[in-house]
Design a protein around this ligand. Structure first.
Ligand SMILES: [Zn+2]
Length: 293
């Protein structure tokens, strides 16, 4: 099935050098109306598919909490940017992706494994930075032949249909994920702008940059997606340096609140990790569970 193709993670997807899309510069600018329209269409299609397949966590207390984080990041973005909205997919992979027009999809496993609010916010900020830098629309022009619906049908097929359960899609399977073809330069630009958003939103940038460390701990450098991007450690160092420069080393971390409010999702993810011998994620999620007590 095509399921892995949607395990997009731009965040984890550390771009592929083969991507020839126009490089994003340092500053976000308005995109043509046609590009915004195409992004919106794509995003609404993805959302509709996920809703139809009952693959979104909704109406849960965790949604309200993630919405608060989303709003903080959104407030740090340019005024003319599309409104940021986040959705939580019932899947245990630590992953997230943007499909444009302000839509960011978070896999539940990301909530389970990130250690504090600043780390989650960093991922969100990075994802939405891709959009604001025009990377999503630039990529879409190249990927007109990608059948999103088919990819989603694959994901739906992987869902066991048990309410409240998470699916077992492994982050990084098929590293050529749908959105994985951001170039290295685009990743760097999204890191940089993402960090600006993060610090402007009041978060501790150093704490946020540690999300890279967590990813590396779980997925190493040898999984398909990380191996395409040799500079994980460098990226983290660069981000930390930027955070210091921006004076953003003292902001909000919110570990206790984060762990408490995401614990229900974490417990669901732990079941998936246990049943499928996903030991690195299991260790990370259990460590968070212990810290939450
Ligand atoms: Zn990215």
């Amino acid at each position: 099935m095509n399921a892995p193709r949607l395990i997009l993670s731009a965040f984890v997807a550390f771009g592929l050098a083969s991507c020839g899309t126009p490089q994003g510069g340092g500053a976000p600018g308005p995109r043509p109306a046609s590009a915004q329209q195409a992004e919106r269409q794509q995003s609404q299609q993805i959302l509709a598919e996920l809703q139809q397949k009952n693959m979104l966590i909704g109406g849960d207390r965790v949604n309200g909490y993630v919405d608060q984080i989303t709003a903080r990041i959104d407030a740090a973005r340019p005024r003319n940017a599309s409104r940021l909205r986040t959705y939580i997919i019932k899947d245990a992979a630590a992953n997230a992706f943007t499909s444009g027009a302000g839509y960011v999809f978070i896999h539940a496993g990301l909530l389970a494994t990130m250690e504090n609010e600043a780390q989650l916010a960093m991922v969100l900020a990075h994802e939405i930075a891709h959009e604001d830098l025009g990377h999503v629309s630039a990529g879409m022009a190249q990927r007109q032949n990608v059948a999103i619906g088919q990819a989603l049908a694959g994901i739906g097929g992987a869902l066991l249909g048990v309410p409240g359960e998470l699916t077992n899609l492994v982050a990084g399977v098929g590293g050529q994920a749908y959105y994985a073809d951001f170039s290295r330069e685009q990743e760097r630009a999204a890191d940089e702008l993402g960090m600006k958003y993060l610090v402007a939103a009041g978060y501790d940038g150093i704490a946020g940059a540690k999300s890279f460390q967590v990813m590396r701990r779980m997925y190493g450098d040898n999984t398909s997606f990380l191996s395409t991007h040799p500079g994980t450690t460098d990226r983290q160092r660069t981000l930390e340096a930027e955070a210091r420069q921006l004076g953003g080393a003292k902001g909000r971390v919110a570990q206790d609140e984060y762990l408490r409010k995401t614990n229900p999702v974490r417990k669901m993810a732990i079941k998936v990790y246990e049943q499928n011998n996903r030991n690195a994620e299991l260790q990370q999620a259990r460590s968070n569970l212990r810290a939450a007590r």
